[in-house]
Design a protein around this ligand. Structure first.
Ligand code: 13P
Length: 249
């Protein structure tokens, strides 16, 4: 399975940041990493980012609305992202779940909208610090998966991202054993529901991935890549992360 290294720029980046898209695209084109590279800039940059990347890396959205169009002020449909040049979209990021009150069923509708528009849906799950402390993290992620991943998920339309909320932007990461246990658990949940054909669905790890820990994290069994926040904002750091993808055996 080819890994996916995706950068989530969140609400960061204006026109000047297109220079980083150019640098990352150029490095990806010349170094031919053994991974798919995707950057999800703010929506205002998607069109120009896609023009700049010119197919050398993928460009994605950070969220979409379930409907194609309509009276939803401030929202963006999956079709609009596609029209702007995106090939993927993140749905159900914990910042959307927590700050915008998004439910599993709403996230599932967004993932279906992504498929309708021909986009890869990157569906995020992950427990809070309190849920981890209570020992309920496996159950929490299982429930998020069953509620947020629509029927019909396969490796061509879906990527799951495990992002423990307490590891996002904190510099804290789970141990490699904990990452391995959670990814194995997510794999079991997907296989139980979708059968062994779903074994090629990539499960990304996200939360304080840095050049200094990427090699170790990306080598954990069932880790199919990374969803990188802060360290994706600078081309040099992001490059060091996608250079750490282990060779496929
Ligand atoms: P950080 O890499 O900044 O911890 O963010 C992770 C994340 O939320 C990516 O979606």
């Amino acid at each position: 399975m080819r890994q996916l290294i995706a950068g989530n720029w969140k609400m960061n980046g204006i026109s000047a940041a297109l220079a980083d898209i150019e640098t990352i695209s150029e490095i990806a084109a010349t170094s031919a990493p053994d991974a798919d590279i995707l950057i999800c800039p703010p929506a205002t940059l998607i069109w120009r980012a896609a023009q700049t990347a010119a197919g050398r890396i993928g460009i994605g959205g950070q969220d979409c609305h379930p409907e194609i169009s309509g009276a939803f002020t401030g929202d963006i449909s999956a079709e609009m992202l596609r029209d702007a040049g995106a090939t993927a979209v993140i749905v159900g990021h914990s910042e959307r779940r927590q700050l915008h009150g998004e439910s599993n069923s709403f996230v599932s509708a967004k993932a279906s909208a992504a498929w309708r528009a021909g986009l890869l849906a990157i569906i995020c799950v992950g427990e809070t610090e309190a849920e981890r402390a209570s020992g309920d993290h496996l159950g929490v992620c299982k429930d998020q998966l069953s509620g947020s991943v629509p029927d019909g998920a396969d490796s061509t339309n879906t990527v799951v991202a495990y992002e423990p909320v307490w590891a996002i932007g904190t510099g804290k990461t789970p141990t490699m054993d904990d990452i391995g246990s959670m990814h194995a658990h997510i794999r079991r949940c997907l296989t139980a529901r979708f059968g062994s054909e779903s074994n090629a669905i990539r499960i990304l790890y996200g939360g304080s991935v840095k050049p200094t820990n990427a090699r170790e994290i990306l080598a954990v069994p069932e880790v199919g890549g990374a969803l990188v926040g802060g360290a994706s904002l600078k081309a040099e750091e992001f490059h060091r992360i996608f250079s750490a993808v282990p060779p496929r055996g």
